[in-house]
Design a protein around this ligand. Structure first.
Ligand code: PMP
Length: 292
């Protein structure tokens, strides 16, 4: 449990971290957020996470009341106040308190929340044995209606899909675009490996530009493994040699079964394992230092 939570410029005890019921984050899911991790006393890819947060806020016409440098400082101070070296950081900026109508002009000041806490990781057996996933019936939000590249507090689309995975007894689920292309998972991006080449859906299909996916691309280039962002259907995943998921919480997670079809030889793939190994190395040396 976090000792201190950052709320609008102050570090307060969790029991004092309270926001208004008139906050439009509560009333409408109006706001943006980030899920970030610290490893070994360093916040991993903080710049990229803040960039995505400020971009998301810009798209929804919300002015975050801190500069990027101030926000960076606030994140670092929150981790330090909790004396954490390895943790998950949830950064939330809501539209702030207003009235009962939709109009964001009635919300003069966004609410800024930073929670740093220990994380609930996937169990080690998921990495050793691989995950089983399903394709969800719930389609990913259409980018023409609400672009999934905005990391907004409106996560109902993902939650509906997550409920399907819970009912199916699997830890993740693949979400398709309304055209039937593979888009992403409920909280992770997806990659497939076929004949030594790696494919991942392009952002234009409607997905989040994952930071872990970006690091994965860098690792693949470093390893001289060809990678392309191209649309593909679920059948491509069924017949792939390897499938893996990427995300801040999951890191690089091997998938060994999709909708009951065995992937490759049914064991985590070699390329997946190598990427995860390199990812782990990078997280141990890179990042914004918390303790000087
Ligand atoms: N897609 C969705 C819908 C997500 O919620 C997340 C987690 N933020 C991701 C992909 C993975 O993104 P990242 O690697 O930045 O955590």
């Amino acid at each position: 449990m976090a000792k201190y939570i950052y709320l609008n410029g102050e570090l307060v005890a969790p029991e004092d971290a309270k926001i208004s019921v008139l906050d439009h984050g509560v009333l409408y899911g109006d706001g943006v957020f980030e899920g970030i991790r610290a490893y070994n006393g360093r916040v991993f890819r903080l710049d990229q996470h803040l960039h995505r947060l400020y971009d998301s806020a810009h798209v929804i016409h919300m002015q975050i009341p801190l500069s990027v440098a101030e926000m960076e400082q606030a994140v670092v101070e929150t981790v330090r106040a909790n004396a954490l070296r390895d943790c998950y950081i949830r950064l939330v900026v809501t539209r702030g308190p207003g009235d009962l109508g939709l109009d964001p002009r009635r919300c003069p000041r966004p609410t800024v929340i930073i929670i740093a806490d220990s994380i609930e990781l996937y169990p080690q057996r998921y990495y050793d044995e691989g995950l089983h996933v399903i394709t969800c019936a719930t389609r990913r939000n259409s980018p023409e209606a609400l672009d999934p590249s905005i990391k907004s507090l409106n996560y109902l689309n993902n939650i509906m899909a997550k409920i399907e995975t819970v009912q199916a007894g699997v830890p993740e689920g693949i979400m398709l675009s309304s055209e039937g292309y593979v888009a992403e998972c409920t909280g992770d991006n997806i990659f497939v490996v076929q004949h030594g080449e790696v494919l991942t859906p392009p952002m234009s299909v409607g997905n989040l530009a994952g930071i872990t996916a970006q690091v994965t691309m860098e690792i693949l280039r470093e390893m001289d493994i060809p990678v392309a962002a191209e649309n593909f259907r679920i059948l491509t995943a069924y017949t792939a040699d390897e499938v893996f998921l990427t995300g801040t919480a999951a890191e690089i997670a091997p998938v060994v079964q999709v909708d009951g079809r065995k992937i490759g030889d049914g064991k985590p793939g070699e390329i997946t394992r190598k990427i995860h190994e390199r990812f782990h190395q990078i997280t141990q040396i890179e990042g914004t230092p918390v303790y000087g």
